[in-house]
Design a protein around this ligand. Sequence first.
Ligand SMILES: [Zn+2]
Length: 140
Amino acid sequence: MSNEHVTELFDEHGNLIGALLNAEAWITVKKHVTKELGCAAPEPEKPEPVADWELLKQYWDFPYPVDMDVTCECCGNQTEDWSADEPRKFRLSSANLAGLVSFTCQTCKAKIVKKHFKDYIKAECSPYQAEKTAGKEGRY
Ligand SMILES: [Zn+2]
């Protein structure tokens, strides 16, 4: 793509290395670009603690197979295998050897905690709260 507004730049091997915008084009897209590239950053996301999850799987001693399904009771979002979703429907936010695994719903930001007990799995869904004010229930 190359026109009067945008000139794509290539290296000697033909790989795209960047693009040059003229002033008019830049002014038009500047707001979007700075937003998209995180200059007006949304909250930074921590990487998923996949190593913790792998460790839990490795030492899995529950009498049932590793469960990969996650359901958000708050918005109905669900998946059969959270690790297979690209992009993620649920992001792994923590996992520990006690069998406590938590996820963040990517649709409504609710927190889903799956507690693995000896005989069963209990899932809890708590709606997203912008501010964590202890002891105060949400305004819903
Ligand atoms: Zn949700």
